[in-house]
Design a protein around this ligand. Structure first.
Ligand SMILES: Cc1cc2nc3c(=O)[nH]c(=O)nc-3n(C[C@H](O)[C@H](O)[C@H](O)COP(=O)(O)O)c2cc1C
Length: 392
């Protein structure tokens, strides 16, 4: 696997761990992934829920908790760390500023188009900021819009771009009817985004890695999407079932106990579809039996808090803490494949072995030709064949 280079920052492995809220990817998971050579990402959304004064003092609690988690993660690793930030949250500028002040290595900006930049960035200038900016999009069109806006208004373009396809976990940037299960979709969006970005790369003489996310679960998935032009992958669900993931064991067990048919698309109160594991809480909501709740503050710009059946931030935080009766787990389309909880280093080794297995099988197929049937070959069979070919 090649390293993932984003400007002057280089991760040994081209694996970005998806930021997962609320309080699912904090300093524990992020530092473990960074130590393993990938990019470990802290999720900033409603992170202040881990603080006792969140209900009264949400803005301060969010800023304080994010600063604490970044510092804690930094104390645990010398690797590459990121923050995942949703443009759709009402304290977006505050959280972005905290992340930049803390000199986080990368910032991923999703759930909305990151066009406007806070005062901190405008005053300091992009070139004087350590952090690399990575918008997350679901189409080449959205990528073009962001790049054109930044080029025109800031004379600067993002340092990398994440393209997330329709098979991802969490909120999705697609209309519900477009959430079809064709595996080609992500690769198509990757190819068109690579083409779109190419113009800006030339114009700014800057390499912009395209990173693919959504439904990437195995080393084979990583290898396949990289053949389409992705320079890295973003994986969320696969990291949930690790010891280091910051969620409760009960949350992780919902992944292990889930079946393919349990992974469903829900209408999230924020006005976007989301992919989650069906449970009693979700069934209650759909049967109109939601409990009344109080919104302490409007944390998401698009949430119609007076008319939605539940608070999504609270439900996700409850689940992260193991209270699955009053919450549910977001999950990607392949989350049901989880069979065990393992350490991050073991998971990375598994991914690498699978990646190289697929890569070399392809190499051998190329070398040996149509006679090569992987299932029929063992290493002692393959070696003489290679030698024969080499000799002729
Ligand atoms: C449990 C869970 C929580 C997530 N929370 C967030 C979030 O708060 N903000 C966000 O931008 N993306 C969120 N995501 C999306 C991930 O960052 C990542 O893009 C996604 O998981 C990739 O798809 P995969 O799960 O199939 O690998 C979440 C995903 C999961 C599975």
């Amino acid at each position: 696997m090649n390293p993932l280079n984003i400007g002057n920052i280089s991760a040994k492995l081209p694996i970005v761990q998806g930021g997962m809220g609320v309080a699912i990817s904090l300093s524990g998971l992020a530092s473990a992934v960074a130590n393993a050579g990938g990019i470990g990402v802290i999720s900033a959304v409603a992170i202040g829920m881990t603080e006792p004064d969140y209900m009264k003092n949400y803005r301060e609690a969010n800023k304080r908790a994010l600063q604490k988690e970044i510092r804690k993660a930094r104390s645990l690793t010398k690797g590459i760390l990121g923050v995942n930030l949703m443009v759709a949250v009402t304290d977006y500028e505050d959280l972005l500023t905290v992340s930049l002040e803390e000199k986080i290595d990368v910032i991923i900006l999703g759930a909305g188009l990151p066009l406007k930049m806070p005062k901190y960035v405008l005053e300091k200038g992009f070139d004087n900021i350590h952090t690399k900016f990575i918008p997350k999009v679901s189409s080449a069109k959205a990528a073009k819009l962001i790049f054109s806006y930044w080029a025109k208004n800031y004379n600067y373009i993002p340092d990398a771009i994440i393209v997330e396809g329709p098979m991802a976990g969490g909120h999705l940037g697609f209309k519900k009817n477009n959430l079809i299960s064709e595996s080609e979709v992500l690769s198509d969006i990757i190819e068109s985004t690579v083409n779109e970005i190419n113009y800006f790369e030339k114009e700014f003489e800057k390499e912009i890695p395209v990173i693919a996310g959504g439904g990437i679960y195995t080393g084979k998935d990583i290898y396949s999407i990289m053949q389409k032009g992705a320079k890295g992958v973003k994986m969320g669900s696969r990291f949930v079932t690790t010891h280091e993931c910051d969620a409760s064991i009960k949350f992780k067990e919902t992944y292990i106990n889930s079946k393919q048919e349990d992974i469903i698309i829900i209408d999230s109160p924020v006005g976007l579809p989301g992919r989650a594991i069906r449970n009693k809480f979700i069934d209650q909501i759909y049967s109109g039996n939601a409990k009344p709740f109080k919104c302490y503050w409007k944390c998401l710009k698009s949430c119609d808090s007076k008319n939605v059946p539940y608070c999504i931030a609270q439900a996700l935080h409850n689940a992260a803490q193991g209270n699955m009766e009053e919450g549910f787990a977001f999950a990607g389309s392949k989350a049901y494949k989880a069979t065990k909880i393992q350490s991050v280093p073991d998971l990375i080794t598994e991914l690498r072995i699978d990646y190289y297995r697929v890569k070399y099988l392809e190499y051998l197929k190329d070398l040996i030709g149509d006679n090569f049937i992987p299932e029929k070959f063992s290493l002692p069979d393959i070696l003489p064949n290679i030698l024969k070919i080499r000799l002729t």
